[in-house]
Design a protein around this ligand. Structure first.
Ligand code: GLN
Length: 471
């Protein structure tokens, strides 16, 4: 069932919220042991469903939430041993807004520790499997959310995207994923990785369901000073006719991709042309270097953000009486990749190296942004692959740099603060392929309008449910 269908059926009284919970809960019990999408199930959801007002706009819509998003009273681990038993005393704004509208939180999904990774293999607990092939990764870091939505363990999910963590797993798992314009969704309650890049975004099995969640979540929040005062109008935008738009295919994303990705690009261009879009090839010259800047800036911010996990405030605390040995032993519990990022981050911020690394990366970020702004004078949207190939095998990226290179196409929108959406657009063998649309700052609604046109024109042909029939 799609979320907007659930909502309509609950509103008509054909289905109760409790029946919805039951259906998904049973499916999770049956399928998740072999997938590993969930870290925690929300036992309280039954009680919440029982006393829900069916007239609420999202009544009965079951949501899976990435486990770096704080849920009041429900364990939130960020995929880390440091927060293994952390139960937040507060609720993330995005979750609070969904719940206030009748959404039901089914559970918390697996991720790379603190969002650092592209495969969900860096979770401190267990890796999540790709529902299309258990020998492959679902992508990351929101791999649990993507796998859950792909296998229809939940109709929709929340992820977070710092450098691609909603879009890349959405592509690897064959679902839709939106990284909103930086600031459109409040970051209050999102466990910080790199604060100038972090954004919460929805994953879903249809564009309409992304719109449903965005209309509920987006908008200014006094608890996040970087949140934007842009009122969401997603469902409204989907009801409008498709405007005549110019689509720029980013040349830097052409060639060098696996055959399935190239085929998907060609196929999508034909569909977009058929829909009346004007297609042109454009260049975003700095894009290939975005990866280098991202892997300086994100670790720099992470090294500062993760300084708080020292055993003195909350979360895990090692045994001992003396302060420094306790801090050291506490922080030794970070996983290898997190330690690597903290070391890289502190290195690039050191006096003597600061200008050479951090300063230059910041200057580059401004240039990348300026180039994107100029591009959007010529075209209304950009199209490029989400990833250069479909999902890779578990254990297939042991070299950290090889793992970083997976983010080639996603970090550009992150550094530029732009909205970007990954949509299912093909298959290579049985593995899904995703393509990515980018829009100018604040024009998130446009992305959804165009993706909906594609979804309808292709008759949802690229949305398949592995592991048996969808609910
Ligand atoms: N793979 C990227 C990283 O490890 C992006 C992660 C994310 O968006 N949270 O930093």
């Amino acid at each position: 069932m799609l979320a907007h269908e659930i909502r309509a059926r609950v509103a008509r009284g054909e289905l109760t919220p409790k029946e919805v919970v039951q259906a998904y809960w049973e499916r999770v019990q049956r399928l998740d042991p072999s997938l590993g999408a969930f870290l925690t199930l929300n036992e309280a959801v039954w009680e919440e469903a029982a006393r829900l007002d069916p007239a609420l706009p999202l009544a009965g819509v079951v949501v899976a939430v990435k486990d770096n998003i704080a849920t009041k009273g429900l364990r939130t681990t960020a995929g880390s041993r440091l927060l293994e038993n952390f139960v937040p005393p507060y609720e993330a704004t995005a979750v609070a807004r969904l719940k206030a509208r009748g959404a039901l939180i089914l559970g918390k999904t697996n991720l790379d520790e603190f969002g650092m990774g592209s495969s969900t293999e860096h979770s401190a607990f267990f890796p999540t499997k790709n529902p299309f092939d258990p020998g492959r990764v679902p992508g990351g870091s929101s791999g649990g959310s993507a796998a859950a939505v792909a296998a229809d363990l939940a109709p929709v999910a929340l992820g977070s995207d710092t450098g691609g963590s909603v879009r890349q797993p959405a592509a690897f798992s064959g679902v839709y994923g939106l990284k909103p314009t930086y600031g459109r969704v409040s970051r209050y309650g999102l466990i910080a990785y790199a604060s100038s890049l972090d954004q919460i975004g929805p994953l879903a099995r249809s564009v309409r369901d992304l719109a449903l969640l965005m209309d509920a979540m987006a908008g200014p929040d006094p608890l996040d000073a970087t949140s934007l005062d842009l009122p969401p109008r997603f469902q409204e935008a989907l009801a409008e006719p498709l405007p005549p738009l110019r689509l720029g295919v980013v040349r830097e994303g052409l060639g060098g991709n696996s055959p399935g990705v190239e085929r998907a690009l060609e196929g999508a261009l034909k569909v977009f042309q058929g829909l009346g879009l004007e297609v042109a090839e454009v260049s975003w010259p700095s894009l290939p270097l975005a990866l280098n800047a991202y892997y300086i800036l994100a670790p720099a911010e992470a090294s500062s953000n993760l300084a708080r996990y020292d055993g003195t405030l909350y979360g895990y605390r090692a045994e001992g009486e003396e302060l420094w040995p306790v801090v050291e032993a506490t922080r030794a519990r970070f996983g290898l990749e997190v330690k690597r990022r903290i070391l890289v981050g502190t290195f690039v911020l050191q006096s003597g190296y600061y200008e050479a690394y951090y300063g230059r990366a910041q200057a580059f970020r401004r240039r990348l942004k300026a180039e994107a702004k100029a591009l959007f004078q010529e075209v209304d949207l950009l199209l490029l692959p989400t990833t250069p190939h479909p999902a890779f095998p578990l254990g297939g990226r042991q070299d950290p740099l090889a793992m970083y290179r997976e983010d080639l196409y996603t970090v550009g929108a992150s550094l530029a603060g732009l909205p970007a959406l990954s949509f299912p657009a093909g298959f290579e063998g049985n593995l899904p392929i995703g393509l990515q649309l980018l829009a100018p700052w604040g024009q998130d609604e446009r992305l959804l309008r165009v993706a909906l046109a594609f979804e309808e024109a292709t008759d949802r042909a690229f949305l398949k449910t592995p592991l048996g029939e969808a609910l």
